[in-house]
Structure formats: C-alpha cells, structure tokens
Design a protein around this ligand. Sequence first.
Ligand code: T1G
Length: 709
Amino acid sequence: MSELVRSSIVDRVAVIEIDNPPVNALSAGVPEGLAAAVERAQQDASVRALVVVGAGRTFIAGADINELERAAWGDDHALPDLHGLLQRIEDGPKPVVMALHGTALGGGLEVAMAGHYRVAVPDARMGQPEVNLGIIPGAEGTQRLTRLVGVEKALDMCVSGKPIAAAEALESGLVDRLIEGDLRTGAAAFAREMAVRRGAPPKTRERTDKLGTAVSNAPLYAAGRELAAKTRRRLEAPLAVIGAIEAAASLPFEEGCRREREIFVECVRSEQCKALVHAFFAERGASRVPDVPKDTPTRDIATVAIVGAGTMGAGIAMASVNAGFRVILIDTTERALEAGMGTIRHNYDSSVKRRRFTPEAVAERVARIRPQVGYGGCEAADLVIEAVFENMALKKQVFAEIDAVAKPGAVLATNTSTLNIDEIAAATSRPESVVGLHFFSPANVMRLVEIVRGRATGRPVIATAMALAKRLGKVGVLVGNGPGFVGNRMMFPYMYEAQFLVEDGATPEQVDRALTSWGMAMGIFAVDDMAGLDVAWRVRRELRQFADAGGRRPLVADRLVEAGRLGQKTGKGWYLYGEDRKPQPDREVIDLIERAAAEAGIHRGRFTDEEIVERTIYALINEGAKILEEGLALRAADIDVIYMNGYGFPAWRGGPMFYADRVGLPAIHAKVAAFHREFGDRWAPAPLLETLATQGKTFNAAERGQTPS
Ligand code: T1G
C-alpha cells in the first residue's frame, strides 16, 4: 500500500490519513490510495464509520498543480479525474466523515464534499480557488457545493476563489460541526454518533433542497456575471464557472457533472490557465535563491524602526504592525510625524468602514506604533528601514546616523527605489547588514517587495529579508543592485516610449486606454500621475538619464513638472483631477504636447491600439531581457512576479517575459529589430532576446539560475 495514505482503526472507526507533504495535494497515488483505503474500510466488518484526515498542517489543498500544469500544456493523461474516487466515497454504506484542518481547497474540498459529513477545527478554511489558476472546479465541486450551500453562496465562492472560514462554512451548511480540541478524537466521536443513525448515510449529490428555481436563480447568475466582470476583469474562468453552477441547479447530477467537465477541460487548455499556473509557481519559486539555501539562519525580528513618516514610511509601518511587529516611527519634526500618523489613522478608518478590521483591532495596531523625533531607543530595533526622500546625500546621512545607534546584528534596510545600495551601505561600518527593501506604494497594500542585494549583503540578511516579506504577507523577489533595480529600470523605457508615442501623435488617454484594454491595471500616464511626476523627474536627475545627448529625450514631462503639474497630489499632471480623483483629459496638456512636438519638428501621426501596445510592452520585454542577461534578476519568472505584483501587469498574461515566450521570441525580436531600424539605438535588441529567438528558445526555459551581482 502506498505510504501516501495510511489507515488505522480506533474503536471501530477507520481513520484514513493522507500524508503527502507539504500540503497533501492529490498527486498521482493519493486518489488511488484513498480509494483503496475507503474500499477496505467499507468492507471491514469491524469498522462502523470512516474518518478522513490530513497529516501535517492541512487537509488536502487540491489537485497537484504540477500535474495540472502538464495537462495545461497538452498532456491529457495528467488531467485530474477523481470521479471514481468520489463515487466510491459517496456510495459506501458506512458514514464517511471528512475532518478538516488547515485549508481544504479545490480538489480537497471536492473530496470532502463527497463525504457524508464534514467537521472542521475553528481555524480551518475551505474554498474553490480554481479560478485563480484559470480553471473551474473539475471534480464535481460546482455540482456538490451548489447542493450544499445553495446557488448564491456557491457563485460567491467559485467566482471570487476566496476561501471561507469554518464558522461561515458551518452557517452555510458546508460543514456539519466545528470541533474544539483534538480533531481526530472529535471527528471519530462524531462518526460514531452518525454510525448509529438509521438508513443509508446522506449523499450530497442527492440533495436538491437548496437548488432554487430557474426564476429565483436568474438574478443570482446575472449578479454573479456582473461581479465577475467587475472584480475579475478579463478573466475567463470566473465567468465560465457560473455556467457550471447553472448546470448544477438545472440538470440532473450526472449531466451537470458532464457539463462541468466540458467547461473544465476547455479552461485547462486555455492560454489563461497556462499563464496563471506559471504565475503560481513563479511566485513560489521567487523565494529560492541558489546560494542562500532554505536553512540559512535568519535574524529574529520583533521591533522595526522606520525612518521617515511620509507616505512610504506610513505604509510600511502599517504593514509591519499588521504582521505583529512593534514599530518606532521616526521623523525630524513633530509635524511630519503628525502627518504620518494622520495618514495611518485615515487608512485604518477606511478599513474599519469596509469591515476589514474592527475598531478594537485598529486601536491595538496603532498603539504598537511609537512616533518620535530622533533616534532615541532605536537600539531596540531588530530592523531599521529608511524611507526618506529619494536623494543620495540624504540617504547617506541617514545611514550614518542609523549606524551610530543601531544594535549589532540589526538589519539596516533602505527603501530606495532606484539608488545604489553599495554607495548607501558604504556610509555605514557594516555593509554586510545593509539590504534594499523596495516596497511599492501603498506599502500596506501592494504585495511586491524587491529585495536588493548589495555587493556586501550577507546571506543571513537576505534570508531574513525573504522571511520578512513572507511574514508581511508579501512576495519578496531578490534583485541585483543596478539603477532602478528590476521593476523601475524596466518601467523607464516603457514610460518614455509612451511619452514618445504621445509626442508622435497619440494622446495620453489613448495610450492609457490601449494599455488597460490590453489588460494593464492602469495606464502609464495615470500611474505617473499617481506616483507624482516629480518622482520620475528626480530620478532623471539622480540617475542622469538622458545625460547622453545621443538618444531621444522626452519633451513634455519636465515641462509639466516645471508648470507645477505634479499629478494627483496637485490636482493635475498628465490629466486633470476633480474630487473623485478620476483622470480627465486636459486640453492644456494636449496643447503643450503639440507645441513641444512642433518645436522639435516631429511629424505627428495616428496609431492603432496594437501599435501602442507593441511599442510600450515590447520596450518592457527588451529591457527585461537585458536585465536577465546582466544577472540582475535570477530568472525570467522573477521578472514576471515583479511585474504582476508591483506594476499591474495582468496575471492572466503571466508577466512580460512569459507573455513574450507565448507570442514567440522570433516575432518579438523581429518587431524590436524593426523598431531599432526605425527609431534608433534605444531599440537595440537585447543580445539575449536575439540569441534565444535564433535558437528557438524561450526566456522561461532559459533561466539563468545565477546569483544577481
Ligand atoms: N499542488 C502542488 N503543490 C502545491 C499545491 C498544489 N495544489 N499547493 C501548494 N503547493 C506547494 C507550493 O508550490 C509550495 O512548494 C508549497 O506547497 C507550500 O506552498 C480538481 C484541478 C495551500 C494555502 O489552488 O493556495 O484542485 O515552493 O508556499 O503559504 O478541481 O499553497 O515549497 O516547493 O503557498 O502555507 C486547487 C494552491 C488546485 C491551492 C498553502 N488548489 N495552494 O500556502 O505555502 S486545482 C489550490 C495554496 C484543483 C480540482 C482542481 C497555498 C496553500 P515549494 P505555499 P502557504
């Protein structure tokens, strides 16, 4: 018998334990082992009831996504098919109790729903997250969930993909009882209770009481579609899953299952599934650093000092207290501190309004932030994060001050988004303790943290930064120390190309619309306005961008800054902003663009959306290829993770490098080479792009796996 599934009999209850670390996924061997164990227990005369439980930290977290990935790329043998297992569980004469802890997700929840009863510990969570992988539940989940919780709740869970808490599962009928104390003991006791009930144990598939009628369900489907269109823009699976739920409510079980299967298989083969599965593994792969193994010792962090109470510092303070840390928030004046604490309170107030936090939880968090002028008490901090203005001289001064007060062993981090970490580290006596932690704004919301490795950054410091990102609920991606690191370095050519397009005849609005309809969360001009035009302006100076007079310089951005149009914060930038903060096109800007173009003798033309997307997105890809070649990113997938989590790149396109792979590098290269001929050196194809295109390879298969320098 497979060791993936173990059985024991305790007081006439067979306890079947699935043991497939780390998350008990239904990898090959698990469904077979489970089916055999169930069969044996059903036939064993000494057994009266069955309990199925997960070993380790969780119940089954779903089908094995490695197998799903193979299926997505065309291997039909890898398509999960759990029908036989589910039928065997449900049809047995003795009650089967599914005992849930950790997360019962996807195929895990589907297995659980085939059981006759479900019990759970109070902190267990259950969900059908398949839509996040571009698919729908593929093991009769849409059919059984709809029967257990009704159409409305099933729609909500399957469209959002969000798991629900055990208490909610109990209330909605997904779970029959919560078990306080030891799960196995409680589940076995429950199973014995159920074993003495008369008649065959209840089969989920035979339930019809919550299915509603065509008339009562119609508005629910309509609302589901509206929700999917609004919250899961451009994703196919959340819409597709509604079709499967409709089938559950309107067709006999077997027919509904067939319909679900058809939709499931169609989704598995989709482009979006490939991209989203890539995104799943890319995110988890990002924490692997070849020369910093998982067992590298990390430094303990309990207290975080943050220097600078501006928007960034305030956001980082919130992320830190949300993760349970104590925070010392430092600035040079009481006024700056008051403003920072004001931002924090304002943000938390809106979380309370949205019911994300209770007022008590917020009060407790705010109380863990100690605002103060100066570094007093800073020697208690395990981690100091500098979040001051993006100016090298200032950062050096702050680091010298931090160095003088921080305790030995403290991690010293800079939140610079573009500047040289080594130069900053050199202002201290301990460059091995210095690392970049490039948070994205708003730092309490955005998931990405670029972890910047300086020349001297120690391995334990990198391991600590990686662990910290995870503790903050963020994705940390290690990047090398080059101007703009990875994300911003790629963004500049993308942003400037958009500005050139505007000088050449497009409008900011047209460019932004082309990008958002292609899938970007925001257009680049709206992004620039949100960040503040002065940010890029300062970077242009600090990094001496365009110091080389040979290249094409953007003509408009500096003039907007000089005119005081700094973006949203001044009510105008590329766009005009009213109370609602929605960007409105501004004739003044168009006039300015037209004047600048005329003065420079630029002939203005028209562009299709496709041309706009190629000029901007291909600029991103070409720069990504250079970064990869220079070793500033460890792998193409890391660049994808950065763009999907920090720059609003659509996950269903898998990130810029994955997208390029899917378009085909020969086609991308040909276009970049054509732009090179047309526009000159800024479009010189990255040598890596050229090589891979010629060899018929892809970025993601050609991972370099070397340490960023
Ligand atoms: N298959 C394979 N590997 C998985 C996995 C899975 N389902 N889930 C997690 N892992 C690996 C992950 O790659 C990582 O590996 C390690 O486990 C820890 O994960 C038929 C077809 C369960 C909440 O979508 O949401 O069922 O990097 O770092 O933060 O309808 O993992 O260490 O080598 O994320 O504690 C549906 C996906 C599948 C659940 C744990 N299920 N997983 O979070 O750890 S499709 C899902 C998660 C399906 C059916 C369909 C989370 C987690 P490594 P981690 P974590």
